[in-house]
Design a protein around this ligand. Structure first.
Ligand SMILES: Cc1cc2nc3c(=O)[nH]c(=O)nc-3n(C[C@H](O)[C@H](O)[C@H](O)COP(=O)(O)OP(=O)(O)OC[C@H]3O[C@@H](n4cnc5c(N)ncnc54)[C@H](O)[C@@H]3O)c2cc1C
Length: 453
C-alpha cells in the first residue's frame, strides 16, 4: 500500500520535502496554516504594487535551492550575475567602490577589489588577506568553533573594528542576519568558506525577477498538485499524536491520519507539536535558539533614483538597497527596498520614526534622489525572520531524523550546517524526504551557469 505522508508547513522546507515524497510515489498531503505556500518568502498586493515580505537573494553556491527552482519550472524567473559585483556606497565617499571578482581563482578573485576598498584605510585592506586565509582553515563542524563569536575571532586575526563593520559585516549581516559580534564562528565560516573563499563563482548573486509568490508559492502549489499531492491551505495543525503504526494529525475539528510525518514548521511550533522524547535537545531549546528580525523599508520615488539593480552602504544605517520597480509592477518612478538585517533596533519602531531616520540616510547614499518626491513609504517587518545564529547554536538544532518512528523534521533552523537561508530550508526538506523515502538527490540537477537562468 502507498505510504501516506503528512507534510506540516508549506515554506520552502515543506514544499521541497512534499515534492520529493510525491515524486517518489508517496501519497502526500501538505497542511499549511496560511492561505498560501512559501512561508517566509511571500508577496502581497498593496494597491497597484506587488510587494515582497522582504528582499531575498541567493548565491550561485545555493545549488539545492536552484535545483528546487528547476523543479518548480521557474528558472527563467530569476537572474544570476555572470560575475559577483557589489557596488558599495558611503556618504563619506564622493564615488561608489566596487567589490567584484576578477578572473582569478578563489581567494585571489577579490584581492584587487579589497586592495582598492576605500571605505577602509590601506592598513586594514592589507590585513584582510591574512584573516581570509585563516578562515579557510577553520573547522566549522567543531563545537569549539561554534562556541566562539565571529567578531572575537576576527579581532584575534588582526581585523580592526572598522574592518569588521565595513567589510566583514557587509556580507555577514545579509547572509547570517547577525552582526559579527552576535554570530557563531561556525556559521560565519560556513558562509565565507562556501561563498567567498573556495570557489570564485560561488558568491555570484541571484534574485527573483517576479514577486516571491510567483517564484515559490504559486508554482509549488501547481507542481505539487500535478505530482498528485493534496495541498490544504488555511489548515493549522494543532495536534500530533501516535496511533497504531502511524500518526494522527489534528487541525482544529479536522483530523488526518498518516503513516509518516514531516514537521516543517518554525521551531516554537515544532516544540509544541513534537511528542515527548522525539528530540534530545537541551531544555527550552526553541526559546534559546531564538529569532532575529529583518525589516524592509519600501520607498516609491516619483522618478528614477538608481540605475543598478542593488547596492550596499557603509557608514550609514542603510544596509542593502534593491530596485524593486520591475517586480512590483510600478509603471513610472522607481520603487526601492532597503533591506535591514539583524534589525533589533527597528523592529518595534513606528513607521513615522523609521521614515525620519531612514529617508535622510537613504538620500545621502542615493544622490539621484535629490529633489525626488516620495510617492509611497511603508515598512514590512519579520520579527522571526531567522533563528538567531549566536555562538552555541549548533547544539540547539535537531537533525531531520527524530526518535519517533516515521516522524522527521525540516526547516531552515534544523541541523543543516547552514544559517537560516532558502538554501538551508531546501536542504532540510531534502534531508527529511531522504530519511522517509531513502531517495537520493535529483540527478538531473540543473546547471548553474547564468546563461540557463
Ligand atoms: C525578510 C526576510 C528576508 C530574507 N532574506 C533571505 C535572503 O536574502 N536569502 C536567503 O537565502 N534567505 C533569506 N531569508 C530566510 C529564508 O526566507 C528562510 O530561511 C526560509 O524561507 C525558511 O523556510 P522554512 O520552510 O524553513 O520556514 P518557513 O518559511 O517559516 O515555513 C514554515 C511554514 O509552516 C507554517 N506553519 C506554522 N505553523 C503551522 C501549523 N501549526 N500548521 C501548519 N502550518 C504551519 C508557516 O505558515 C510557514 O508557511 C529571509 C527571511 C526573511 C523573513
Amino acid at each position: 500500500m502507498t505510504s501516506r505522508v503528512a507534510v506540516i508547513g508549506g515554506g520552502l522546507a515543506g514544499i521541497t520535502a512534499a515534492l520529493r515524497c510525491a515524486d517518489a510515489g508517496l501519497d502526500v498531503t501538505l497542511l499549511e496554516s496560511k492561505g498560501h505556500l512559501g512561508g517566509l518568502t511571500h508577496s502581497f498586493r498593496r494597491g497597484e504594487l506587488d510587494v515582497d515580505n522582504g528582499q531575498h537573494v541567493f548565491l550561485r553556491c545555493c545549488t539545492s535551492y536552484v535545483d528546487l527552482l528547476g523543479r518548480l519550472r521557474v528558472l527563467d524567473k530569476v537572474h544570476l550575475q555572470d560575475r559577483l559585483a557589489i557596488q558599495v556606497r558611503s556618504p563619506r565617499l564622493p564615488r561608489p567602490v566596487w567589490l567584484r571578482r576578477n578572473g582569478l581563482p578563489a581567494p585571489l578573485h577579490l584581492a584587487d577589489s579589497v586592495l582598492k576598498y576605500r571605505p577602509l584605510p590601506l592598513a586594514d585592506r592589507l590585513k584582510f588577506a591574512g584573516a581570509a586565509l585563516a578562515l579557510r582553515g577553520v573547522d566549522r563542524d567543531s563545537a569549539e568553533t561554534d562556541a566562539q563569536s565571529f567578531a572575537d575571532w576576527l579581532s584575534r586575526h588582526g581585523q580592526s573594528e572598522q574592518a569588521i563593520t565595513k567589510l566583514w559585516d557587509l556580507v555577514g549581516i545579509a547572509t547570517l542576519n547577525a552582526y559579527a559580534t552576535g554570530a557563531s564562528l561556525s556559521l560565519a565560516a560556513t558562509v565565507f568558506q562556501l561563498g567567498l573563499l573556495t570557489d570564485a563563482a560561488a558568491a555570484d548573486i541571484g534574485w527573483s525577477k517576479v514577486p516571491l509568490g510567483q517564484l515559490h508559492g504559486e508554482p509549488a502549489k501547481a507542481r505539487l498538485t500535478e505530482a498528485g499531492a493534496q495541498v490544504l491551505l488555511d489548515t493549522k495543525v494543532t495536534g500530533l499524536s501516535r496511533v497504531d503504526g502511524g500518526w494522527r494529525v489534528g487541525a482544529g475539528d479536522a483530523e488526518f491520519t498518516a503513516d509518516q510525518v514531516v514537521l516543517a514548521v518554525p521551531p516554537d511550533v515544532a516544540r509544541r507539536l513534537l511528542p515527548a522524547g522525539a528530540v534530545e535537545l537541551p531544555e527550552r531549546w526553541a526559546e534559546r535558539l531564538g529569532s532575529s528580525p529583518i525589516v524592509n523599508v519600501h520607498v516609491v520615488f516619483d522618478r528614477q533614483v538608481m540605475s543598478e539593480p542593488f547596492f550596499a552602504a557603509v557608514d550609514s544605517p542603510v544596509q542593502w538597497v534593491f530596485d524593486r520597480t520591475g517586480q512590483s509592477g510600478v509603471d513610472s518612478g522607481q520603487y526601492v527596498a532597503v533591506s535591514m538585517s539583524a534589525a533589533d533596533d527597528l523592529i518595534d519602531v513606528p513607521v513615522r520614526d523609521i521614515r525620519e531616520r531612514m529617508l535622510p540616510a537613504l538620500r545621502q547614499v542615493l544622490p539621484g534622489a535629490a529633489g525626488a518626491q516620495v510617492r509611497d513609504f511603508f515598512v514590512t517587518r519579520e520579527r522571526h525572520a531567522t533563528f538567531r545564529p549566536a555562538p552555541g547554536t549548533a547544539a540547539l538544532r535537531p537533525e531531520a531524523v527524530t526518535a519517533a518512528d516515521g516522524l522527521v523534521l525540516a526547516g531552515a533552523w534544523t541541523a543543516t550546517g547552514w544559517p537560516a537561508t532558502m538554501e538551508g530550508a531546501v536542504r532540510s526538506g531534502d534531508a527529511a524526504a531522504r530519511a522517509l523515502v531513502g531517495a537520493t538527490s535529483r540527478t538531473d540537477s540543473l546547471s548553474l551557469r547564468s546563461k540557463d537562468i
